[in-house]
Design a protein around this ligand. Sequence first.
Ligand code: ADP
Length: 177
Amino acid sequence: MAGANDGTSRLRPNLLITGTPGTGKSTTAAALAEATNLKYICIGDLVKEKNLHDGWDSQFKCHIINEDLVCDELEDVMQGGGNIVDYHGCDFFPERWFDRVVVLQTENSLLYDRLTKRGYSGIKLSNNLECEMYQVLLEEAKKSYLASKVIPLQSNTIEDITQNVASLTDWITAWRP
Ligand SMILES: Nc1ncnc2c1ncn2[C@@H]1O[C@H](COP(=O)(O)OP(=O)(O)O)[C@@H](O)[C@H]1O
């Protein structure tokens, strides 16, 4: 049934930009937000700012996200529509939040360079490269959202980013509740 919770009443769409770390989520999401005036929400930053975590994982050198706290924090914002959410995971958000789920993908040699430049090494580096090789985020997105909402996009070059932002901007502009 159509209603306030399922996206039919949002004036502007919500998008999720997901993918393995280093595939270009924040670069793409920030450029898309600027092009469309949608709000950019980086879950990693939000978790840090609002303490939506259960401490620090010293092996993977990242906060242990508290998914329930994140969902509670964002519920009202997401119901309002017009958000671009950036996170390297997608299965814990309510499905009804998103009108499009973009999965960015990068060739492994390019991703290796980006992640080592960022200081990733050891198990953190190998886990992320494996995650990309086995298309873990794409599979997670397909399991969690309607197939028609899930859009894999290549993110190997700057031209890819330009093209992805342009096509997503067109989709956002044409979107109707
Ligand atoms: N499609 C791309 N082409 C070239 N460089 C890219 C591309 N996507 C990302 N990068 C670079 O890779 C690094 C990681 O990008 P970032 O947007 O932070 O990824 P993520 O948010 O997925 O971790 C940045 O230095 C960025 O400039």
